[in-house]
Design a protein around this ligand. Sequence first.
Ligand SMILES: [Zn+2]
Length: 164
Amino acid sequence: MPNYWNIPGVPHKGWHVVDVIDIRADGQPVDETDYESCTMCGNERIRYVHILEHPDFEGQMRTGIICAEKMTNDYVTHHQLERELRNRANRRINWAKKDWRISRNGNRTLIIDGNRITIIRDFHSGKYKLYIKNIIGSKLFSNLSDAKQAAFDGIEYLKRKGKW
Ligand SMILES: [Zn+2]
C-alpha cells in the first residue's frame, strides 16, 4: 500500500472528517476482526476508520487517528468521535447480557427507561418482529439474536433523534 504522505499532489492539510466508523461495532472478537490499514500512510492497523474528504482530492481517505489529526489539524474532534463509538460498543456488549422476560403470550419483552420492547414471533413465517415503544418494525428476523441486535440499533436511533 502506498504511503500518500510522500506522493506529490495529495494534500497534507485541509481535510475534513465526514464520519468515523468502528469496524468492531458488532462486538465481534478481536481475532475475527478484519482491521483496515490507513489509506494515507499504509501502516496503522485501525479499528476506528476516520473517513476524510478534501476539495482537491477525488474520493475519500480511510485513515487512522494519527493521520486524521494531522490532515484535519484537529486534535479534539477525532478523539471525541472515537470515544462515542467506544461507549456505544460498550452499551452493545451490555445489551447482549440483558435478561429478557417471557410474556404470557410467549414473547420476549424488556422495559428500558420505561419503554417497552417486545419481540413477537410471526405465526406464518416463524420469524421475529420487533416492537419498540409503539413502533412496529417492518423487518422480519430469522433468529432472536438478530432481532435483539436490531432492537439495540432501534433504541440508539430513537435516542439520537430525541424520540426515546
Ligand atoms: Zn495513517
